[in-house]
Design a binder for this molecule. Structure first.
Ligand code: ADP
Ligand code: MG
Length: 241
C-alpha cells in the first residue's frame, strides 16, 4: 500500500508538487493522470526515494520514504522514465544482474529469472543482447528487472510511452497480472484512455495538485460526464480556477 500525504516539492520558483495526497491500495491499479508538467514524475521520484520532498510524507507498506528508504526500495519495483537497460548484456543477463544486486544467487536466482522470462514472455529474445531491442522488448526486460525481488508494490512512470498497440496490450495484461497477485500497482499517464482501460482508481493531478480522484464511475458521476476524456479536461480546468 502506498500513502502520500500533503507532499510538496519545488524546483526554484516552480512548485512541481503542491500538497498532493492520495492512497493506492493492494490488489488495485491506481492511475496517476495529468498533463505534461503536472508533477507526476516528481511525485513518483519522491516515492521511489531518488528525490527528497520539501514537505509532507510518503509511505510504502508503512515505511516512510525519508526515514526508511531501504525498506521502501525493498518493497517496491520501479519502472522509471526511460528504461536504462544495459545494451551489451542479453535480456537474461540484464535481469540476473538486478537479481544479484538484490542478493539472489545460484539456483534461486536462476529460478527467479526463468519465471520472470516466462511471465513476461521474453523467451524469444532472452539470449539476445539488448542493443537494438524494440521499445516493447526493452520495457519487458525493464519490468522483469523491477520485479526480480518480488515487490508488493509496483510503480511505473508512463510505461506505455512509445509502445505500439500490441506492446501496449501486452503491458496491460501484465499490469492486470500484477493486480491479480494482490500487488499495489501505481502508474502514471497523460492519456485518459490509457488510465480508463486499466485503472480501478484514478488520481488526476494538474499544476502539482490533485484536482479529482475516484473510480472511473465515481468521476463520471461527480463531473456529470459519461466521456472520461471530457472528465479529464473539466477536472483540469476546475483545478486551474
Ligand atoms: P510530469 O511528470 O507530470 O510531466 P514533472 O514532475 O516531470 O511532471 O514536472 C513537474 C514540474 O517540475 C515541471 O514544471 C518541470 O519542468 C519541473 N521539474 C521537474 N523536475 C525538475 C528538475 N529536476 N529541475 C527543475 N525543474 C523540474
Ligand atoms: Mg513525467
Amino acid at each position: 500500500m502506498i500513502e502520500i500525504e500533503n507532499l510538496e516539492k519545488s524546483f526554484g520558483a516552480v512548485r512541481a508538487v503542491d500538497g498532493v495526497s492520495f492512497r493506492a491500495d493492494d490488489g488495485r491499479i491506481t492511475g496517476l493522470l495529468g498533463p505534461n508538467g503536472a508533477g507526476k514524475s516528481t511525485t513518483l521520484r519522491i516515492l521511489y526515494t531518488v528525490l527528497r520532498a520539501d514537505g509532507g510524507s510518503a509511505r510504502v507498506d508503512g515505511h516512510d520514504v525519508a526515514e526508511a528508504p531501504l525498506a521502501v526500495r525493498r518493497s517496491m519495483g520501479v519502472l522509471p522514465h526511460g528504461t536504462g537497460i544495459y545494451p551489451r548484456l542479453t535480456a537474461r543477463e540484464n535481469i540476473a544482474y538486478y537479481g544479484r544486486l538484490n542478493g539472489l544467487r545460484g539456483a534461486a536466482l536462476a529460478a527467479r529469472v526463468d519465471s520472470l522470462i516466462e511471465m513476461l514472455e521474453i523467451e524469444e529474445f532472452s539470449e539476445r543482447r539488448a542493443k537494438g531491442f524494440s521499445q516493447g522488448q526493452r520495457i519487458k526486460v525493464a519490468l522483469a528487472r523491477s520485479l526480480v525481488h518480488d515487490p508488493r508494490n509496483v510503480v511505473l512512470d508512463e510505461p506505455t510511452n512509445g509502445l505500439d498497440v500490441m506492446a501496449t496490450r501486452a503491458l496491460r495484461e501484465l499490469i492486470r497480472k500484477l493486480r491479480a497477485d494482490g500487488r499495489c500497482v501505481l502508474f502514471s499517464s497523460h492519456v485518459m484512455q490509457e488510465v480508463a482501460a486499466l485503472c480501478d482508481d484514478i488520481v488526476i493531478i494538474a499544476h502539482g495538485r490533485v484536482v479529482a480522484r475516484g473510480s472511473p464511475e465515481a468521476l463520471r458521476a461527480e463531473m456529470g460526464q459519461q466521456d472520461l476524456e471530457e472528465v479529464f479536461v473539466r477536472a483540469i480546468e476546475r483545478g486551474a480556477q
